[in-house]
Write a protein that binds this ligand. Sequence first.
Ligand SMILES: NC(=O)c1ccc[n+]([C@@H]2O[C@H](COP(=O)([O-])OP(=O)(O)OC[C@H]3O[C@@H](n4cnc5c(N)ncnc54)[C@H](O)[C@@H]3O)[C@@H](O)[C@H]2O)c1
Length: 295
Amino acid sequence: MKTIAVIGAGTMGNGIAHVFAQNGFQVNLIEISQESLDKGLATITKNLDRMIAKEVISEKDKETTLGNVTTYIDLGKGVSKTYLVVEAATENLEIKLGIFKELDQLCDSGTILATNTSSISITQIASVTGRPDKVIGMHFMNPVPIMKLVEIIRGYSTSDDVTNTIMELSSQLGKTPTEVNDYPGFVANRILMPMINEAIETLYNGVAGVQEIDTVMKLGMAHPMGPLQLADFIGLDVCLSILKVMYDGFKNQKYAPCPLLVNMVMAGKLGVKSGEGFYDYSESRKAEKVADQFS
Ligand SMILES: NC(=O)c1ccc[n+]([C@@H]2O[C@H](COP(=O)([O-])OP(=O)(O)OC[C@H]3O[C@@H](n4cnc5c(N)ncnc54)[C@H](O)[C@@H]3O)[C@@H](O)[C@H]2O)c1
């Protein structure tokens, strides 16, 4: 039970690996390139250093946590003899279906296959495997080491046993698991994304500027971040993918992505990860300041 695999070392994958490793699990972190693995490990190290600076953990805890992470580019070797695989690769249906088809062939028959998808149907992902009862959504929130919620999504065929195991495991990580059913956007993004999209629409319509929209929501609604800053933090490409899944799934105009969001993603303005979104993050300190708001 102590060895798990995490697929993807991007915004979410490195955080998920960090949390499992800090809680004593052996983590096999899998990526498509050494460069992505190095970047993911550098982020884990930086986040552990910030925890040391805040006296939340010791230098020894940092070494132990990093020692619990092993990196792989070969998927087969990375998932071998693991009890659980948490997939946190790019939010793209074809990529996820491809990964789950491979996982079903490569993993032991008892291995639980979880996905951190923000919106893609767990039932559809499970349908490409021969073990739909062992496929489940394990939706961590960003930044993973800080945020308490894990939205646990049951696919149509997910078993009670697997759901209970993943609920218990999430509690062991110090998180609060919350069980929901498998419909587009689940609960978190079904409510969050229309708000972010409306904030972008408000900017697009010239009702107010970026700072003004975020100030209204921060000071008026006591949100820790304004919706435009939050969109930058999540990744504008991720926001667009989620809205498209909800738009396709419900065929309801209210989920149609704002044209400004579509244009920004096409222009490569993805938020913090690309250095520019609604705000400018070209100096690394600015990006760190955004993350600091959560810690
Ligand atoms: N960004 C958020 O705030 C957030 C929050 C909750 C859930 N999610 C979900 O988490 C998942 C990952 O999102 P992210 O924001 O970390 O994306 P990201 O773009 O930061 O990272 C994705 C990583 O996956 C890697 N990858 C792609 N294909 C792969 C493969 N076949 N094998 C191994 N690695 C592969 C990429 O190289 C990249 O490093 C998505 O499903 C997303 O919807 C994101």
